[in-house]
Design a protein around this ligand. Sequence first.
Ligand SMILES: Nc1ncnc2c1ncn2[C@@H]1O[C@H](COP(=O)(O)OP(=O)(O)OP(=O)(O)O)[C@@H](O)[C@H]1O
Ligand SMILES: [Mg+2]
Length: 276
Amino acid sequence: MLSVTDLQKTYPSGDEALKGVSLDVTGNETVAVIGPSGAGKSTFIRCINRLTEPTGGTVELDGLEITGLSGKELRNARRDMGMIFQEYNLIERLTVMENVLSGRLGYVSTWNAFRRKFDGDDIERAYEVLERVGLEGHENNRADELSGGQRQRVGIARAILQRPKILLVDEPTSSLDPETSRAVMDLLVEIADEDDIPVLINIHEVDLAEEYSDQIVGLRDGEKVFEGTPEDLDETARGQIYRGEEIPDESAVKSPSDDGSSASDSATQEGAMRRG
Ligand SMILES: Nc1ncnc2c1ncn2[C@@H]1O[C@H](COP(=O)(O)OP(=O)(O)OP(=O)(O)O)[C@@H](O)[C@H]1O
Ligand SMILES: [Mg+2]
């Protein structure tokens, strides 16, 4: 279980990207985070695994406080959180297999980190994982030879190779056409179900969020302004999230944890609902 409490991030620029967001993610549920551009969705996901350092609040995964860790402990904890990126973050000149194996190293940033040896078990499992995401036969293709959908599948394979306890996914479909987007969403939900892990996913496309998620969280201006099921996401909720409209009635905010979420009263900012 992921438990985020009062998460805050103020960038050195003074930008308050997160103003105290709390959220629990349990079981094998798919939780979609929606909200206009600049709402803090990416910051939220990146603060959970501390690719971005939060300035306040706590993150716990299965009882382990991620926000208190450093060095090796932090690297180990990050392996428990499979991260899937919008722009795939593949190493272009490496093969599919090499990219997937890089998941064993946590977050690979340098060529050198990659040169470490992988054991036979890792390689065998990488074949299994590639088959699972529908990339069997592409093991030796270079990453830069793949289509967008295939590239995202490599990203997913890399994330699940490490047997994570949760998947953190930032806009996995915004560079993909609608059909490929749906295939990627199908795959993510299938993994959550089969591996019995939760998926926390930032997504611009509200229709995909509604179709694929169990819970939807609406961020606006660094605050959680909505939490509920897809059925709860009515016009009022959309107005709050995308147009910063006042809540006419307290009950319109579905916030089971009652952690003080409130509607933003800031000026209207057009909800940038990009389409892939
Ligand atoms: N590295 C950074 N330094 C300074 N400010 C940043 C940085 N990254 C994000 N921000 C600011 O923090 C706020 C939230 O940005 P974030 O990228 O988390 O939003 P988002 O909801 O993911 O937007 P998008 O839908 O466009 O991806 C914005 O005001 C943004 O300008
Ligand atoms: Mg983003």
